[in-house]
Design a protein around this ligand. Structure first.
Ligand SMILES: [Zn+2]
Length: 183
């Protein structure tokens, strides 16, 4: 966080100048911060808000994220976001990604590392897509033995037990520098 960090209770504006926005309250005289964060003044609406660090790490539509698969369901996967546009985030925001239309047996497994594109925010849920070539699994293991896998045409093969499986692989699969994709 930068030097203009605000702490709860800090005076951020006079109520004659600005109305209380997000994460603020007005004490009858001053607008004060209700949370830790950074001041965000909107001169058009004449409101002042505090951007909480967690709000800053929610991805926007079109952002590319890298995250860890935390759940695999029949028609979607849930992913805990670790990087937004190449920048690390610690807030553990989750997104979901539909997998029904992919016709792949195991799109991704729990604990796989995947890269997704954020598509939309609906009812508080962040939806992401995986269909573009550079999107998909960046790191996975053998489903049978946990061994290392290598690509074999459209499939993956375990170097330990030779189990052949499928994933929706990213075109960057197997590249070690995937954490700097966007930089
Ligand atoms: Zn194996």
């Amino acid at each position: 966080m930068s030097d203009n960090a605000i702490f709860p209770g800090d005076k951020i504006a006079s109520i004659e100048e600005y109305e209380a926005g997000y994460n603020t309250f007005d004490d009858g005289d001053m607008v004060r911060a209700a949370t830790v964060g950074q001041k965000d003044i909107n001169k058009t609406t004449r409101t002042v808000s505090i951007n909480h660090p967690k709000m800053l790490s929610i991805p926007k539509d079109g952002d590319i994220i890298i995250g860890t698969v935390v759940a695999v369901m029949s028609s979607m996967i849930a992913v805990s976001i670790d990087y937004i546009n190449g920048k690390p985030t610690t807030s553990k925001v989750e997104c979901i990604c539909g997998t029904r239309n992919l016709r792949i047996r195991n799109v991704a497994l729990v604990n796989d590392i995947v890269t997704l594109k954020i598509l939309s925010h609906l009812n508080g849920t962040i939806h992401a897509g995986i269909s573009e070539p550079e999107l998909g699994v960046l790191f996975t293991k053998c489903r049978k033995c946990g061994g290392k896998v290598v690509t074999m045409r459209d499939a993956i093969k375990c170097t330990d037990c030779s189990w052949i499986d499928e994933r929706k692989l990213s075109s960057n699969f197997g590249k070690s520098d995937f954490f700097n994709l966007r930089d």
